[in-house]
Design a protein around this ligand. Structure first.
Ligand SMILES: [Zn+2]
Length: 370
């Protein structure tokens, strides 16, 4: 059997100095196993003047120079300005070309520039856009984690027989990949809404005859975007470190204490993108507590010999009190009283995701906008 070629990473960075830096960061994170191919400013796009730019770029990316389109991930600067007019003039063009090819893409830009910026970035998650902080220490590692996550999904998809694939909805397929069939209904809730990352699959879902070949080609991209920007991002099915501490009623600081997280390892998330962060299955945590007859994670930790841990604290209000929920703007634990849920751009099913009351009052008018 012929071995499949290792998929490449194509890097779009128009600043030559930054290009060297980003390439080196990626090579370090990928361990030089994966080819990192920069899109240089001297690349000429294929196709005549009447062909749309994104289409020309897509054809160019299918050329030998770019590994015949065998690309695992495109990593692209959000603010491309210096490429020539006949090239990839903006990250929107690159994103459109990536979508046309069914190739996953992550964009990068500088980190937090204040609450409105962060709100804007968070809203883009709802559209399935993966945005990485270029100044973060973990820039390379996150890109590598994304690449491996998408490859993981693609490998698992290939194992699903065509007849099962044809009759399954995306939520069933994702639940199968995650080996969590019991989460199918809640996963489906995350996919509702017109801004869903799954909407790019719609043109291939013909009512009478699904275009299985084309669907299969792009499925890993859509499922990965959905999983990373929605299901793992908005606490409900899974909880990140801060949301887990809040949910378990353990202070953020004590949850980081050596040995504390490992007592919950049975519920740890090991699915695609696990290298990009830390998550736990919420249902898994519930099951552990129920089996030990504990009401909270704090109580459970005490039973397991972790003494003297402090309870989680809501980030608002004057008196210390328990949190339980997670604010999507401040990324801090928050209680039900001091927060608002049901924000229009939150996925359904993300019942632990909230916006703190203070943030809501400050940014309420912007909160519902797309
Ligand atoms: Zn509170």
């Amino acid at each position: 059997m012929q071995r499949k070629p290792t998929k490449a990473v194509v890097l779009f960075e128009d600043d030559p100095t930054l290009l060297r830096t980003r390439k080196a960061q990626l090579e370090k994170a990928f361990g030089k196993v994966v080819p990192i191919t920069p899109f240089e400013s001297n690349v000429l796009l294929a196709g005549g003047p009447d062909v749309p730019l994104e289409q020309k770029l897509a054809s160019t990316l299918e050329s030998a120079r770019f590994h015949h389109g065998v690309i695992g991930l495109i990593v692209c600067d959000m603010a491309l300005e210096r490429y020539g007019a006949s090239q990839a003039t903006s990250s929107t063009v690159v994103s459109a070309a990536a979508e046309a090819l069914g190739v996953p893409i992550c964009l990068y830009e500088a980190g937090d520039k204040g609450p409105l910026f962060s709100l804007d970035r968070r809203r883009k998650w709802g559209k399935g856009l993966i945005i990485v902080d270029e100044n973060s220490e973990s820039f390379g590692r996150e890109c590598a984690g994304l690449y491996h996550g998408f490859c993981h999904i693609e490998r698992e998809l290939a194992k699903i027989p065509a007849k099962d694939f044809a009759k399954s909805m995306p939520a069933e397929i994702l639940a199968r990949i995650l080996e969590k069939p019991e989460e199918t209904d809640r996963i489906a809730l995350y996919g509702a809404g017109e801004q869903s990352p799954l909407s790019e699959l719609l043109p291939y879902y013909d009512a009478r005859r699904r275009n299985i070949l084309e669907l299969r080609k792009r499925f890993h991209r859509a499922l990965g975007n959905w999983l990373y920007t929605s299901i793992l991002r908005f606490p409900g099915i899974a909880v990140n470190e801060i949301a887990a501490a809040s949910y378990l009623n353990i202070s953020r600081k004590d949850f980081d204490r050596p040995g504390v997280q490992s007592i919950f390892s049975k519920a740890a998330y090991r699915g695609p993108f696990f290298e990009c962060g830390r998550w736990w299955w919420r249902r898994g945590l519930d099951a552990m507590l129920a089996a030990a007859r504990c009401r909270t994670g704090l109580e459970y930790a005490g039973k397991r010999g972790m003494k003297g841990l402090k309870p989680s604290a809501c980030s608002e209000g004057s008196r210390p009190h328990a949190a339980g929920y997670y604010c999507m703007i401040t990324e801090a634990p928050v209680c039900e009283e001091h927060s608002r849920g049901g924000i229009s751009w939150f996925p359904g099913g993300a019942d632990l995701a909230r916006v703190s009351r203070r943030q809501y009052e400050k940014m309420g008018p912007f909160m519902g906008l797309y």
